[in-house]
Design a protein around this ligand. Structure first.
Ligand code: SF4
Length: 370
């Protein structure tokens, strides 16, 4: 039976206590806020303080990231999957055409992204299967790393040795969301396949950092479970990794559940206002951690959050396999995109707000020699 590790125990009165206005003010003013402060800042009682939280978050973002917004694009390698996540359009029981990019097709996708001026790419696949296994992923990652200064991978949980092999071919980051930290809900939603193993997934980011990858991206799929609990445990996970791997980088993402094939209905509603509250609160407790916002969110919301907590954003995203070089493909996307602006339009919007888009991730220049 899986049990939660002690470092994931919130030990806060999150579920029972409704903080007072004085407690919110104290959390906002804390010099080094911790999990109890975060629990307070995520509570309904903190909603009237959203403007004050935004100002604090913006000042911290400016101090640690200047006026820059780093840009990246996701690239779907394959939509094959051996798992059955109830909330995902790529789950193995969804009837849809399945593809894995051939290497020449990947070359065209990479060229299309380079043509947009992008310099950081995140490679995605479903859970490992014969059509898209680790060997395939490593080959694709090597090709991408030869063409892009920064390559991340968002795929399945791997062994330490597999992560080491990715680092060796030039991958600098791994993104692996726990989706939800609620163990019961996790087991209900992950109906079959390797992803059912909660503990193996939970420990994957630590294995990636132990293997020499520079950065891991964490997140929860907001709406799958009680969002305040998930957000608090996300913070505890990030802090645990920071203590163990203090020379490595952590990033956090805040994806909200979007409509997708299968018609899964989110059990919990996460409003834009609460998402903003979450981002501001997370900036206060993790002042120097890059916080990401994807094209799942609508343009006006993304514009408003850029530089106000958020320091890194995807742009011009396609969530279909081969969607950059062949924009006419009719495959099902993993989820719907809300912000469909191109790179130029999005960058113009950032500049109008006094923000500078950054394409090149300079981490690659500092990569440790192997
Ligand atoms: S979330 Fe990932 S592992 Fe789960 S069904 Fe979708 S692609 Fe497969």
């Amino acid at each position: 039976m899986t049990t939660l590790p002690t470092w994931l125990d919130p030990r806060s009165g999150l579920s029972t206590c409704a903080p007072t206005a004085a407690a919110v003010a104290a959390a906002l003013a804390a010099a080094d806020p911790g999990p109890d402060d975060l629990a307070v800042l995520l509570a309904p009682a903190a909603a009237p303080y959203l403007e004050a939280m935004a100002q604090r978050a913006q000042a911290l973002t400016r101090r640690h990231f200047g006026s820059t917004i780093s840009l990246y694009a996701p690239l779907y390698l394959a939509n094959h999957c051996s798992s059955g996540c109830a909330y995902c359009g790529f789950a193995a029981d969804r009837g849809q055409p399945r593809h894995a990019l051939t290497l020449p097709q990947l070359e065209r996708e990479l060229a299309a992204l380079r043509g947009k001026g992008l310099a950081e790419v995140l490679l995605l696949t479903g859970e490992r299967c014969v059509a898209a296994d680790f060997g395939y992923l490593r080959q694709c990652a090597a090709m991408a790393a030869a063409a892009f200064p920064a390559v991340g991978v968002e795929a399945f949980a791997m062994s330490t040795d597999e992560y080491r092999q990715l680092a060796e071919v030039g991958v600098s980051s791994v993104t692996i969301y726990q989706e939800t930290y609620d163990l019961d809900q996790y087991e209900r939603l992950h109906r079959w396949g390797p992803k059912r193993d909660y503990a193996a997934r939970l420990e994957a980011p630590a294995r990636a950092l132990a293997a020499g990858l520079r950065t891991v991206g964490l997140g929860v799929l907001l709406g799958l479970s009680e969002p305040r609990h998930d957000a608090l445990r996300l913070f505890l996970h990030a802090r645990h990794l920071q203590r163990l791997y203090w020379r490595s980088g952590i990033t956090l993402s805040f994806p909200r559940l979007r409509s997708q094939a299968g018609g899964f209905a989110a059990p919990y509603t996460v409003s834009e206002a609460w998402l903003a509250q979450l981002v501001f609160a997370m900036r206060l407790v993790l002042p120097d951690v890059p916080l990401l916002l994807s094209t799942r969110e609508r343009p006006a919301f993304r514009d408003g959050m850029a530089g106000v907590g958020i320091s890194k954003m995807s742009v011009a995203s396609r969530t279909t396999v081969g969607g950059y070089a062949d924009t006419a493909r009719g495959d099902l996307a993993q989820f719907d995109v809300s912000d469909e602006r191109g790179v130029d339009e999005f960058c113009a919007s950032l500049r109008q707000r006094g923000l500078e888009p950054v394409f090149k991730n300079w981490d690659a220049a500092f990569r440790d020699p192997h």
